[in-house]
Ligand binder design. Structure first.
Ligand SMILES: *[C@@H]1O[C@H](CO)[C@@H](O)[C@H](O)[C@H]1NC(C)=O
Ligand SMILES: *[C@@H]1O[C@H](CO)[C@@H](O)[C@H](O)[C@H]1NC(C)=O
Ligand SMILES: *[C@@H]1O[C@H](CO)[C@@H](O)[C@H](O)[C@H]1NC(C)=O
Ligand SMILES: *[C@@H]1O[C@H](CO)[C@@H](O)[C@H](O)[C@H]1NC(C)=O
Ligand SMILES: *[C@@H]1O[C@H](CO)[C@@H](O)[C@H](O)[C@H]1NC(C)=O
Ligand SMILES: *[C@@H]1O[C@H](CO)[C@@H](O)[C@H](O)[C@H]1NC(C)=O
Ligand SMILES: *[C@@H]1O[C@H](CO)[C@@H](O)[C@H](O)[C@H]1NC(C)=O
Ligand SMILES: *[C@@H]1O[C@H](CO)[C@@H](O)[C@H](O)[C@H]1NC(C)=O
Length: 545
């Protein structure tokens, strides 16, 4: 009520002012066009006719409420020259059978300077339709923006209407003219909206016992983009004529809105079709934008960028797309057709240079048989063949068969693998176990077995006999002084290269103790042992073979 009185006072003041101008202006200047309407607002009833005259110094134009603009056949404009010497421009607006939705501001202005204008606000009252806007069943979304008032735009057709604002389910908010303000031309304004204003709200009014309402869902704009990704992170390879689809997924804060756009090579030709999806989960929103090109051309290759913006925040991600003219296989050895490995190597990888599109099938053969089936140490890794614990028998011819069945493309390449083996001398390599003693001047054959790849060179070295392990080649020692009744331990030590088959013999006559004659050369001191106290002499006969 207070608001209404205020508006009326305002209207009167405006009309007085307008009137003053109309009278003054034939002599003075029409700085803005002049209306014949005496007040700043008019209240009509539905089905009445609205007529407004406007006059000015220059050509005139009108601006109407949105409801009129949508409904122009009821409206007529008549332009004419007017004034005593037709020096003025006049325009008459006639809106026949005005309707509630025509409620709003009618403005007359100069065509060339539209800010020079006069306005009258017209209410077209209709008891069936207290609100200017109509709503189907779903609430309208109103956006809350930071440091801006929140507006529930439930303007009315009757300036006297009593409207209340209700927060769902039934909390009525009373206008306080400070934070919550009712304005029949705008609706409810909330100057400093807080979190309290997030939710479902209604403007309600009753006419003759019937309640009318408009519902609003407030939406706080949030701009947090959490993740942006394409479903293909690695470069995309395709053939001409094939289709392409790239899916850009954006995860953003709950309640946020994002806009997703694509930059791509065929943009100028609009060669892509973009479709969008939104999903709200409990905690966030997921937006999908799928770019698809039904038939790729060469010109479609390049970088595809998915750009995402939400308010002032923006993110982007890209993927490169290669379009091949036709399928192909390019296969060649990395360095020559002969390759080398070493026996004992932990692993060896046979990997020729292979480029192909689409992805080919690869089979490795060893000496004509499927390698992986030949030996458990062979396995195919990507396009390579890996040999574990390389052994000599791995040497051979390896063939890689590359095929793209659907396009009937086949190629093969054979690599010869040489396995180098370090030379070794077999365990019983030298055939004579022990040369022992051989007759002087005789002929002896010595055999040495050795192996290596490539075949090793064998060199024989001759060493003189190892240094004598027994000084003098032969000795007898006794542990302690012989005593009568005691044990005497005698030890005989001889060089095995010169003596074999020793035996102890007891002799009574030292003269009998003839030293044996070794058949091989060598110094041999008389191997006697005598003891002064006993006539017993121990003579050792040595026989050598
Ligand atoms: C306006 O006229 C139409 C048809 O002539 C009628 O149905 C409607 O009830 C009228 N509205 C008012 C508010 O008189
Ligand atoms: C108001 O409602 C009453 C009964 O519901 C009806 O008799 C009366 O004509 C209505 N008034 C208007 C102006 O519609
Ligand atoms: C787009 O990709 C996401 C995962 O990256 C997947 O969940 C979603 O289903 C895809 N959308 C369509 C329409 O293929
Ligand atoms: C990406 O998503 C599109 C659309 O769902 C799909 O057609 C395409 O096969 C996907 N690409 C990959 C690499 O998953
Ligand atoms: C647009 O399409 C034409 C033919 O379809 C092609 O020759 C041209 O390269 C395309 N341009 C771009 C930018 O994709
Ligand atoms: C494409 O993305 C990569 C990494 O994701 C980035 O380094 C590169 O600058 C992007 N290129 C363009 C043209 O945006
Ligand atoms: C390898 O290719 C040659 C022709 O380049 C072909 O004659 C030969 O049959 C192929 N070998 C195999 C095993 O496919
Ligand atoms: C060792 O000598 C004894 C007796 O002198 C002889 O009977 C024997 O055959 C010899 N043994 C060898 C292996 O020469």
């Amino acid at each position: 009520m207070i608001g209404y009185i205020f508006v009326v006072l305002c209207g009167l003041a405006g009309s007085a002012l307008a009137k003053g101008k109309v009278e003054r202006e034939p002599k003075g200047k029409f700085s803005a066009p002049v209306l014949d309407v005496k007040s700043r607002q008019l209240v009509l009833e539905a089905n009445q006719t609205l007529t407004i005259h406007c006059r000015g110094r220059w050509e005139l134009s009108w601006a109407f409420p949105g409801g009129v603009a949508r409904d122009q056949e009821r409206m007529r404009l008549e332009d004419s020259r007017c004034g005593r010497q037709s020096q003025h421009y006049c325009s008459q607006l006639t809106l026949s059978s005005a309707q509630a939705q025509h409620t709003g501001s009618f403005r007359c202005r100069y065509s060339h300077r539209t800010l020079r204008q006069r306005a009258v606000y017209v209410y077209v009252t209709d008891r069936q339709r207290p609100f200017v806007e109509e709503q189907n069943n779903s609430p309208d979304v109103v956006y809350m923006k930071e440091s801006q008032p929140l507006v529930f735009p439930c303007r009315v057709t009757n300036p006297d209407a009593t409207v209340s604002l209700v927060k769902f389910p039934d909390q009525e908010l009373t206008p306080d003219q400070r934070n919550i303000v009712w304005n029949s031309r705008q609706g409810f304004l909330i100057h400093s909206p807080t979190y309290f204003y997030i939710g479902l709200f209604s403007c309600k009014t009753s006419v003759n016992g019937t309640t009318h309402s408009l519902n609003y869902l407030t939406h706080r704009q949030v701009n947090k983009i959490m993740k942006v990704y394409l479903n293909s992170t690695s470069p995309v390879h395709s053939l001409q004529g094939e289709s392409l689809a790239i899916n850009c997924t954006v995860t953003a804060e709950w309640n946020s809105r994002v806009s997703i756009s694509w930059d791509y090579p065929g943009q100028a030709n609009r060669s892509a079709i973009v479709s969008r999806w939104i999903m709200a989960s409990t905690f966030h929103m997921v937006f999908y934008s799928i770019l698809s090109i039904p038939k790729l051309h060469r010109s479609d290759r390049g970088l595809y960028i998915c750009r995402v913006t939400s308010g002032p925040v923006s993110r982007e991600t890209n993927v490169s797309v290669t379009v091949y003219d036709r399928p192909f296989i390019r296969l060649k050895p990395r360095q020559g057709a002969e390759v080398e490995a070493h026996a004992g190597q932990k692993s060896y990888r046979l990997s020729p240079k292979l480029r192909a599109f689409p992805a080919p099938e690869v089979i490795w053969l060893k000496d004509g048989k499927v390698a992986a089936e030949e030996c458990s140490r062979y396995h195919v890794d990507g396009n390579s063949l890996v040999i574990r614990d390389v052994a000599e028998e791995d040497a051979g011819k390896y063939t890689i068969l590359v095929g793209i069945q659907e396009h009937r493309l086949y190629q093969n390449l054979t690599l010869s693998l040489v396995v180098n083996v370090s030379p070794g001398i077999g365990e019983k390599a030298v055939s004579v176990q022990d040369p022992g003693s051989v007759p002087r001047g005789s002929r002896q054959a010595l055999h040495c077995t050795s192996h290596g790849v490539p075949p090793p060179h064998i060199a024989w070295l001759w060493h003189p006999c190892p240094p004598k392990d027994v000084p003098g080649g032969f000795s007898v020692s006794q542990e302690d002084e012989p005593r009568e009744g005691g044990d005497l331990h005698l030890t005989c030590v001889a060089n095995k290269h010169l003596y074999t088959n020793f035996s102890w013999q007891r002799v009574t006559d030292p003269a009998e103790a003839t030293p044996p004659t070794p058949s091989l050369g060598g110094e041999l001191d008389t191997p006697t042992h005598t003891h002064s106290d006993t006539p017993t002499h121990t003579v050792i006969h040595l026989h050598t073979q």
